[in-house]
Design a protein around this ligand. Structure first.
Ligand SMILES: OC[C@H]1O[C@H](O[C@H]2O[C@H](CO)[C@@H](O)[C@H](O)[C@H]2O)[C@H](O)[C@@H](O)[C@@H]1O
Length: 608
């Protein structure tokens, strides 16, 4: 039985990632890439679908016990969990070394802290998302015994400083650890047709991994009071970046439910232009230019070609085919079915994406990221496309699976795309139909204010002609569509607070009972929107309320600082894919907004 979502911690090597439970169980790991099939899929099923548990024990009947303490080692993705037992205290250190072109590895080092503790490693590999039992054998090599599991294209090698034995299609190691002793295990993935990988130098890799993360975190320019939360979010975003290409996954998981037991389960192991664009902006604002450059290059490669063919999301190397299907052998997280891989939203029209991408390119330009003519050309072509298509209905920011509509947020973001491009033409020697685009900007603005605003209720609405609200409207002042003191902006913020707030003061994206998204069931409060509410309150001068809401949001991070996509206000639990870039990015942005002045070239159009 998988743990609560917030009981997991993330480790990763910037090509893939694992989730480690408080009980020392790795219940999710896809190899060799984020979007590869999982070798441990216990998270979405049972122990039968694969896990690797390492903790105190030795008695098969004894249940795994949760660690008494856990934390990341400083500013890193190295996880340390400690158990106090009758015999003494033991620490397990879990990490994945940043690997470049080397094979992916998961390393676990058991450290005796005091006394003597009986330990057990139980490893059950199930390839292809829990479906395939591999062929497992022992290989003797240079006096060392290794265990290798092979299935089709994959092989996984276990090296350990403790003797292993097989039982019930599981590989065990029972051993004791005494104070001062260190016992390392490593799991290495290798394409099965290649020679055996070398056993790793676990201790050397631990030092190198710690240095990598500490050096990276030291580059953060934010020094405000929320530095700890900001750095943890940045490290999480870096951990969600696929280093070889610069693509950023929305989350490392698939099908963690937005509604426990329901069917709102999606695969997030892809690069959404929207999520990645806002991630780029946060990284730029906190001093991380290399990642921003890498993503911009990723973007230019991925969207190369006709803007008509632009997708709203791609694979992490720019792949276009993300066909959605269900894994019917997996029971799903706490019974939440179906478990999906691929994502049908890839084929949707979401006009807001043009605004988010152009905004990110604009910020990159304004903050002096090396001028790139391809980026400018792309931006101009996107506006050409928008000029002909902004009046179309779309699926919008929330990727609804119901009928297309004229979503107000989509039109606002189309306005953003045109507005920032006009600024580009005004500030550079780039050529374009300036007057025509100024007129286009005015036309979109007038259209939204006429059809997307309800004067009787003094609020913008979710879509033209609809009475529903939508939390994406909170972004109207942030993107500069209207000033924060405009009565329509204030009316919209107040209406959203009234109608979309949950009892914790967090906000829903929109009312799900109206059927707009075409899906059965409910969902939790959407954390990104809740941060946007804090931003909006700050912008209209209700700073104390904004800060109070922000700190309440910080308080629902798990004990190692991680957030899923949503928060279930009834169950008081995190729900949805985990950890989620779309939650950590607004966390950073709101922390910055509340605590440091934003300069004129910060990309924040509401800056003084
Ligand atoms: O709620 C229905 C949709 O949920 C997913 O989309 C959400 O996640 C995306 C990635 O973070 C985000 O960009 C989007 O705004 C969210 O609505 C899912 O990927 C969709 O397939 C699904 O229709």
């Amino acid at each position: 039985m998988p743990a609560r979502i917030e009981d997991y911690a993330l480790i990763g090597d910037m090509q893939t990632a694992a989730l480690v439970g408080r009980d020392g169980s790795v219940d999710w790991l896809c190899l060799p890439r984020f979007d590869s099939p999982a070798v441990f899929a216990g998270l979405l099923g049972t122990d039968e679908h694969g896990f690797w548990r390492l903790g105190p024990g030795g008695d098969t009947a004894a249940p795994a016990v949760p660690a008494d303490r856990r934390r990341y080692r400083g500013d890193s993705l190295i996880l340390e969990q400690e158990w106090d037992t009758d015999g003494g205290t033991v620490r397990v250190v879990d990490f994945m070394p940043p690997r470049g072109a080397a094979a992916p590895q998961l390393i676990r080092i058991v450290e005796g802290v005091s006394g003597t503790v009986r330990m057990r490693s139980a490893l059950r590999m199930r390839f292809s998302y829990g479906r395939v039992v591999p062929w497992v054998r022992r290989v003797e090599e240079g006096g060392q015994s290794r265990t290798v599991a092979v299935a089709g294209p994959d092989s996984v090698w276990l090296d350990g400083e403790a003797e292993t034995y097989g039982r019930d299609l599981t590989t065990y190691a029972d051993f004791t650890v005494t104070a001062g002793e260190r016992i390392a295990f490593a799991l290495t993935w290798q394409a099965s047709h290649l020679d055996a990988p070398k056993p790793p130098d676990a201790e050397g890799m631990l030092d190198a991994t710690a240095d990598f993360w500490h050096d990276w975190a030291d580059q953060c320019t934010y020094q405000g009071p929320y530095r700890e939360a900001v750095i943890r979010s940045l490290i999480t975003l870096k951990g969600l970046t696929y280093a070889p290409t610069g693509g950023i996954v929305a989350a490392p998981t698939t099908s963690l439910p937005e509604d426990i037991g329901g069917e709102r389960n999606w695969d997030y192991r892809y690069t959404w232009l929207r999520d990645a664009a806002i991630t780029l902006s946060s990284l730029l604002r906190t001093g991380y230019r290399d990642e921003a450059k890498a993503w911009r290059e990723w973007l230019l490669r991925a969207v190369a070609g006709d803007p008509e063919n632009l997708q709203i999301m791609y694979g992490i190397a720019g792949e276009r085919e993300l066909t959605e299907s269900s894994l019917d052998w997996l029971p799903g997280y706490e019974g939440s079915q179906p478990v999906r891989i691929g994502n049908g939203a890839a084929g949707q029209l979401q006009l807001d994406v043009y605004g988010e991408v152009v905004e990110a390119l604009h910020l990159a330009h304004m903050t002096g990221l090396v001028r790139n003519d391809h980026a400018h050309q792309l931006q101009l072509r996107l506006i050409d496309y928008l000029e002909d298509h902004w009046q179309n209905p779309d699926e919008g920011i929330w990727e609804v699976r119901g009928p297309r509509r004229h979503f107000v947020h989509s039109k606002v973001m189309a306005w953003v795309a045109v507005d920032r491009t006009i600024e580009l033409l005004e500030r550079t020697d780039e050529q374009g139909p300036l007057e025509r685009w100024r007129a286009l900007r005015d036309t979109i603005h007038a259209d939204v204010c006429e059809h997307g605003y309800d004067p009787d209720r003094n609020t913008f609405t979710q879509s033209y002609g609809s009475a529903e609200l939508d939390a994406s409207l909170l972004l109207i002042p942030q993107v500069g569509f209207l000033p924060a003191d405009d009565k329509r902006v204030i009316g919209t913020i107040e209406a959203i607070q009234r109608e979309l707030s949950t009892e914790d003061g967090f906000v829903l994206r929109y009312p799900t009972d109206g059927g707009v998204d075409g899906l059965p069931g409910d969902e939790g409060a959407f954390l990104a929107c809740s941060f946007w509410l804090a931003d909006a309150l700050a912008l209209i001068g209700r700073t104390d309320e904004a800060r109070e809401l922000f700190e309440r949001l910080l308080s629902i991070r798990n004990d190692v600082g991680l957030l899923a996509e949503e928060w279930d206000p009834r169950l008081k639990r995190q729900v949805g894919n985990f950890p989620q870039a779309f939650s950590h990015v607004p966390l950073i942005d709101t922390a910055l907004r509340l605590t440091q002045p934003l300069g004129p070239d910060s990309g924040d159009t509401t800056a003084p």
